[in-house]
Design a protein around this ligand. Structure first.
Ligand SMILES: *Cc1c(COP(=O)(O)O)cnc(C)c1O
Length: 365
């Protein structure tokens, strides 16, 4: 048995999501690009690259990773590029999408000859968290004034709009897209491509994939554009666990178990959005609070039910540890960094990466 802690990516589960990617590409004509800010564990890119068209990025580092490790079509986007980054971004990208007209103007000469796009902000979104709402008041994410966008139309050949967030409700997506069209539809007919961003949870259970595909196909035909989707979470949802072991048991009003991991270091997104971790099957008479080993008082994965009392050495699988999780792992408290293991299609498990004391030392100076 591998030593915990480690993230375990299951390629069989990944393949199930990838088959949905194939169906969406085939039925809608849309191209799908993996959003690297959500998931950048390149050990499984060879499998994903067979079912997705490429990657999209939010920084110079991501665009380089996409080009080197994933291949296919490489989109570059960033909230803001620095002068010293722009040449390397362009070298590594097939398209560059600017976040603002001012960045487009600043890098107009540098990006001449490059396929260019602009991010639009439709002023509406499905995010229930202010923190992650691109349409929040005073948002810096994309241009919102159609007249200003129209004035720079000859400099670009496409648009990107990203205003869905883990949206598993097709009717809501449909409604959002109608609002985007009401605001910017007259411009869509004048470009070659429109990326509708990520946040559409079309790999979720019972999602009406066919209805989504029809909507996307209609959209593409109405404006004569190539549609792109940029799934992050939808590509890797339910594929990965964080495998941990119980190190100690305590009782303090509740039954507590301390594991060889930390929410803040290894599943930071749970803290940021104040969510509980997920455990399966989470059934049985023994209720235990699973706690991290960092010294943060609130380093708690959540409270779960078990068939038997937990013992020191017992193993626990924390579900859904891929999206916005592995990309955010950090060395807080110097906690042992989880290795990255891959369960291949043949069922065998290999360690793709292990982290040592040297990695910790090298992460600072
Ligand atoms: C975050 C992001 C995505 C991916 O979003 P998911 O919710 O993970 O699908 C795609 N495009 C852009 C521009 C993003 O900022």
């Amino acid at each position: 048995m591998l030593q915990t802690p480690y993230y375990l990516i299951d390629e069989q589960k990944l393949l199930a999501n990838m088959r949905v990617m194939d169906a969406v590409r085939e039925k809608s004509g849309a191209k799908v690009l993996l959003a690297l800010k959500c998931f950048a564990s390149w050990a499984v890119f060879p499998l994903m690259a067979e079912h997705m068209d490429g990657t999209t990025s939010s920084s110079l580092n991501e665009v380089k990773l996409g080009r080197r490790k994933f291949g296919g079509e490489t989109h570059a986007y960033s909230v803001a590029y620095a002068d010293h980054e722009i040449d390397e971004v362009i070298e590594n990208a097939d398209k560059i999408i600017f976040n603002s007209i001012s960045q487009l103007t600043r890098f107009e000469a540098a990006s001449a000859g490059m396929t260019r796009g602009l991010r639009l902000n439709p002023g509406v979104s499905t995010s229930s968290f202010d923190l992650a709402d691109p349409a929040r008041p005073f948002s810096r994410l994309g241009e919102g004034d159609p007249a200003k966008v129209e004035a720079v139309l000859e400099k670009i050949s496409g648009f990107m709009v990203h205003n869905n967030c883990e949206n598993g409700d097709f009717a809501l997506f449909d409604d959002m897209l109608a609002k985007v069209e009401a605001k910017f539809g007259h411009l869509f007919g004048q470009v070659d491509w429109v990326s509708l961003g990520g946040g559409i949870h079309f790999t979720g259970k019972d999602y009406p994939v066919d209805a989504l595909c029809r909507r996307l196909k209609d959209f593409a035909e109405r404006y004569g554009v190539q549609v792109y989707l940029e799934p992050g979470e939808a590509a890797i949802t339910r594929t990965t666990t964080l495998e941990v072991s119980v190190l100690d048991r305590l009782t303090n009003g509740k039954e507590l178990a301390i594991v060889d991991s930390s929410v803040e270091a290894h599943m930071l997104d749970l803290l940021i959005y104040r969510e509980s971790a997920k455990l399966e099957p989470n059934e049985g008479p023994h209720r235990v609070m699973i706690c991290g080993k960092s010294c943060l008082a609130g380093d708690i994965f959540g409270e779960f039910s078990f068939e038997k009392p937990l013992e020191i050495g017992d193993r626990i699988s924390i579900q859904d540890a891929a999206g916005y999780t592995m990309v955010k792992k950090n060395w807080f408290n110097g906690v042992k960094m989880p290795a990255i293991a891959v369960k291949g299609l043949d069922g065998s498990v290999r360690i793709a990466r292990d982290f040592t004391y040297d990695d910790y030392e090298q992460s600072l100076s």
